[in-house]
Design a protein around this ligand. Structure first.
Ligand SMILES: Nc1ncnc2c1ncn2[C@@H]1O[C@H](COP(=O)(O)OP(=O)(O)OP(=O)(O)O)[C@@H](O)[C@H]1O
Ligand SMILES: [Mg+2]
Length: 309
């Protein structure tokens, strides 16, 4: 018996969405398939196939171009929901677009260790001293960029330096509250919050961007003034009512995609209703994906002892 057209369409839609829901996708950027990426947008996942089931999932990413309205990205979710995996995908995306990357990674099964030595990755802090250094390096760089822009503005000899000529610098903060709790005293914690606040507040003007993950969104670790700076937002895995409320002012979950690691909701273009997202996974970078992005050139201005040493 011939099915009515509408039913066939529904079946197509169901089948293709089902496949999307259950098939992890490895980042095409590691294999060098980055040709369709818009400059300044860092793809790290995709959204479901079209409603008619006819077209592929749509690649989606974080806009850090000079005209971005989403200079900083927040990734949240319960333990094991794929936060570190998301930051690794963002790191590879960033370096494939010739950004500099500084990272701090505070534990969990999936680390950022294999990013060590990846072109463009300038520093990874893994302990209390490393977290403080990562923030210090980026904070120093932020001020160096401001000074360079200021002096270029006031110099008739070289009035041409503009933010668009700066190499984007991405600070990846994996598990912010764990990093904070590792810091040894109240003064160091206060300094870390101050530096993050400055980086979030001023970074957009000198192409310094933050992608920060945290399991919880408690105001003690992410006060409203910091949360507000993250215009791009992702929540993974099983989402709590508190998360939905704090991120999107939602009192109930929209139709959730998959309650599994790496799947969730995202509003990447600003404070809009979230859409389903599937985060790309990565192989171990140095064993399985030796092809580093080509043409990389660092744009660091600061001659910081952490980087020099
Ligand atoms: N995008 C994804 N697609 C498929 N599986 C994923 C994805 N992200 C994570 N996973 C699975 O979930 C596991 C945990 O991922 P990950 O370590 O990134 O989560 P996390 O939230 O950082 O966890 P932790 O709380 O331990 O820091 C991975 O080993 C992997 O098996
Ligand atoms: Mg983790």
């Amino acid at each position: 018996m011939q099915l009515p057209a509408q039913s066939r369409q529904d079946r197509n839609r169901a089948a293709s969405t089902e496949a999307w829901r259950h098939t992890p996708r490895q980042s095409p950027l590691v294999a060098g398939e980055a040709s369709t990426v818009a400059p300044g947008v860092l793809p790290f996942g995709d959204t479901p196939p079209s409603a008619d089931g006819q077209s592929e999932p749509v690649m989606c990413g974080w806009d850090i171009s000079t005209t971005t309205t989403t200079p900083h990205l927040l990734v949240t979710g319960s333990t094991g929901s794929g936060l570190s995996t998301a930051l690794r995908s963002i790191a590879v995306s960033a370096t494939s677009q010739h950004c500099d990357v500084v990272a701090m990674h505070a534990g969990g099964l999936v680390g950022l260790n294999d990013l060590e030595g990846w072109p463009g990755v300038r520093f990874i802090g893994r302990d209390a001293a490393g977290f403080a250094s990562a923030l210090e390096v980026v904070h120093t760089e932020l001020h160096a960029r401001y000074e360079a822009l200021e002096s270029s503005r006031s110099s008739e000899a070289d009035p041409s330096t503009s933010p668009s000529e700066l190499t984007p610098l991405v600070l990846l903060v994996d598990a912010w509250s764990i990093a904070v709790s590792a810091l040894r005293d109240a003064e160091t914690v206060r300094r870390a919050f101050d530096q993050l606040r400055t980086i979030l507040g001023l970074g957009r003007f000198v192409r310094v961007h933050v992608a920060l993950s945290n399991h919880r969104l408690d105001p003690e670790v992410l006060p409203g003034e910091l949360l507000d700076q993250f215009a791009a937002r992702v929540a993974l895995g099983r989402l709590s009512p508190a998360t939905l409320l704090r991120l999107w002012d939602l009192t109930a979950a929209p139709e959730q995609v998959v309650h599994e690691p790496g799947w969730g909701l995202a509003s990447l273009a600003g404070p809009h209703s979230p859409e389903p997202i599937r985060i790309w996974t990565l192989p171990h970078l140095h064993q399985d994906a030796p092809q580093a992005p080509s043409g990389y050139a660092s744009g660091f201005i600061a001659d910081h002892p952490v980087l020099a040493g």
